[in-house]
Design a protein around this ligand. Structure first.
Ligand SMILES: [Zn+2]
Length: 251
């Protein structure tokens, strides 16, 4: 077995394994997403106390065995507990962010900006409301970091910049945003206001801290959520379970 390694990490999900072990999936800053087994975690009073909970930020110590799919988790040091997320709205939106990262990232493919983005977003959800500007900024930055962010200020077909007040068209098959002339040609396109694209392009360039206080006009907020929903769906291997938690908040 290899030598012990460590990294800052966010717990994405855990599940029991047998009577005393726990299997946990982490997003680590230095090694990407990892899944590991914490032997005896349910009985351990020292090695994993309060660490193997959703949203917990920890320093994880582990070993990787050649050819094994699971890392061997030695211990965790708690850096920030997930207890503050045990409020329905925080839990629902935190689950949404974690699930997006979990489903869109690959094991052992480290992208430090994705770790920093999730860590910061969870902190802001603990501190205040999950505003639509915060959520859309998170989504656009996540997609951008993973190489999935399409240009939003100009037509992908003819490079003409979008003018204010103009309708633009999203082609889900090509994952392109097109002007009226290029977009009207495609049967699979969906119409959006250019202001929605400009807002999302602005959010791509802002930090979460800068974006979260912005008030989006309600029509823009609605369209922006619809657009990022389409964009994310293209890359998600299955529908998001956390959307049911968010829907339940409105009931
Ligand atoms: Zn065009």
């Amino acid at each position: 077995m290899s030598q012990s390694q460590s990294s800052s990490a966010v717990i994405l999900r855990t599940r029991p394994y047998g009577d005393i072990d726990v299997i946990a999936t982490f997003l680590t800053r230095d090694f990407g997403k990892l899944t590991g087994i914490a032997k005896g975690a349910k009985h351990s009073r020292r090695r994993f106390v309060n660490c193997l909970e959703p949203f917990a930020r920890v320093k994880v110590f582990f070993r990787l065995k050649t050819g094994a799919t699971l890392a061997f988790l030695e211990r965790c040091e708690l850096q920030h507990s997930g207890f503050a997320m045990a409020v329905p709205t925080r839990f629902a939106y935190g689950s949404y962010l974690s699930e997006l990262v979990d489903l869109l990232t690959h094991e052992a493919d480290p992208i430090a900006s994705v770790f920093d983005l999730l860590e910061a977003a969870l902190r802001y959800i603990e501190e205040g409301p999950a505003t639509s500007s915060l959520l859309r900024c998170f989504e656009m930055q996540l997609l951008g970091a993973l190489g999935y962010g399409p240009p939003l200020r100009q037509c992908a077909g003819c490079s003409t910049p979008f003018a204010e007040g103009e309708a633009v068209f999203y082609d889900a098959l090509q994952e392109q945003v097109l002007c009226q002339r290029c977009g009207a040609l495609g049967p699979q396109t969906q119409k959006f206001a250019s202001e929605t694209m400009a807002t999302l392009a602005d959010l791509q360039g802002l930090s979460l801290a800068e974006s979260r206080g912005l008030q989006l006009p309600s029509a823009t907020a609605r369209e922006a959520a619809m657009f990022t929903g389409h964009l994310l769906a293209t890359h998600l291997p299955r529908p998001l379970r956390s959307l049911e938690l968010i829907a339940a908040l409105a009931r």
